[in-house]
Write a protein that binds this ligand. Structure first.
Ligand SMILES: *Cc1c(COP(=O)(O)O)cnc(C)c1O
Length: 223
């Protein structure tokens, strides 16, 4: 197996995850690798499924709806993660398609997801996206508003919040943002942390990531 194939790159990432966890004194199986398959077609995803990978990330509901129902008929045990922005008019489809949503970031979305969970009698793992760099163009709850937002989700909407997610600013040291998100999660008694991508997943694991979202390092460059 070589680094020229997605399964080869997948096993290299798994090895690096194990090493990063061990270096941080963590159990390697505490962290879930989400293979981010956005923009890649079913034919490119199949070899990664065949290699045993089961958790996948997509950033568009529509694109996921086109690819994953078919792949789910071919492979069992698939766990699908929505890692891109969600519109409230897509909540119904998102709740039925995904197992996990990482991008809850405003009351309207939280309400729409809560209503669909009740209607479809489903349980999903939910993350609140935090805009740790307070970037104007970026999705996510501002750090100063996160505690009250989580509280609102829990008490007003009865929405089970499992953890926090962030995408650090591209031009900043990611470790600072990972440490910050980890501290916020601890204070809010949230056990899951979705952080780290191809370029920085090892750093994220050092700061306690439970879910890393790795795309290009597995599937190759997106066009
Ligand atoms: C695309 C994407 C990733 C994966 O990025 P890579 O750099 O290709 O690993 C991770 N998280 C989110 C939210 C994304 O949109």
């Amino acid at each position: 197996m070589t680094f020229e194939t997605a399964p080869g790159r997948l096993s290299a990432i798994r090895l690096r995850m194990e090493q990063a966890c061990r270096a941080a004194g963590r159990d390697a199986n505490q962290a879930t690798l989400i293979a981010v398959s956005k923009t890649f077609e079913a034919a490119e995803i199949r070899p990664v499924l065949a290699a045993g990978q089961r958790a996948f990330g997509e950033n568009r509901v529509q694109e996921a709806a086109g690819k994953w129902p078919g792949l789910r008929q071919e492979y069992t045990g698939i766990e699908l993660h929505l890692i891109g922005p969600l519109q409230s008019n897509k909540a119904k489809e998102a709740v039925s398609l995904f197992d996990c949503i990482h991008t809850i970031d405003r009351v309207k979305i939280a309400q729409a997801v809560a209503a669909e969970l009740a209607r479809q009698a489903k349980r999903l793992t939910l993350f609140i996206q935090v805009n740790t760099g307070a970037e104007p163009q970026k999705a996510g709850v501002l750090p100063a508003e996160t505690a009250s937002f989580v509280e609102h989700c829990r008490t007003e909407l009865n929405l089970p919040v499992a953890g926090l997610m962030c995408i650090p600013p591209v031009d900043e040291e990611p470790a600072i943002h990972f440490a910050f998100l980890s501290k916020m999660a601890r204070e809010l008694q949230l056990e899951k942390l979705s952080m780290g991508m191809s370029a920085d997943f090892e750093t994220a694991l050092e700061f306690g990531a439970t879910h890393v979202r790795v795309g290009s390092a597995i599937f190759g460059r997106r066009s």
